[in-house]
Design a protein around this ligand. Sequence first.
Ligand code: DX5
Ligand code: ZN
Length: 226
Amino acid sequence: MTVPPPIVAPSILAADFARLADEVRAVENAADWLHVDVMDNHFVPNLTIGLPVVQSLRAATQLPFDVHLMIEDPRRWAPGYADAGAYNVTFHAEACDDPVALAKDLRSAGAKAGLAIDRDTPIEPYLDLLPSFDTLLIMTIKAGFGGQRFIPQLLEKVRTARQHVAAGHLELRIEVDGGIAADTIEQASAAGADAFVAGTAVYGAADPAEAVRRLRALAERAAPGA
Ligand code: DX5
Ligand code: ZN
């Protein structure tokens, strides 16, 4: 089983919010996507940034935006991020009663559509929906905060998804988010993930761009079929 070359997506949740444009430029030539965590203090207890910040940042970088919506009522808000120029817009399965309809809306607004699965949500009920999506984000922590410890047991969902994608010849990125760092990325890659969000491991490093390159190299080496 082979997987596409890995995507590394630094999460600006771990960046200095007072210097966001500079922090984004620090990974401009190293990252594949920029991961933007939107939290609404309802779906998760934490509160981060929203559409105006994404709109302003869009003008400050060439990097594709991977927007991760941890919000209630994504049908109301998600298409606005596609309109703002996000490359991929991911919403949570737990927050949406018609994920396929929203995926269609996002695609018609010009974005890729992503489905996120939180720590306590099984993957099986969503496997048949995957042809409607471009990315599947499997949380490797409980969504809500950066800097948490990676939960290796959740990679079982990645293995299940990878088998399903391979068997169905689906074009779908399998993304992992939470606790991804030099000591965890290889196991996630070996399980079949091919997109890797990293907040603390990138922005906590002395050289964020070098941290991104190092993570990508580790993921590449550990990928199935590599
Ligand atoms: C948390 C967010 C993550 C977060 C990951 O709910 O979805 O993207 O930034 O942070 P680290 O890499 O520090 O675990
Ligand atoms: Zn995230």
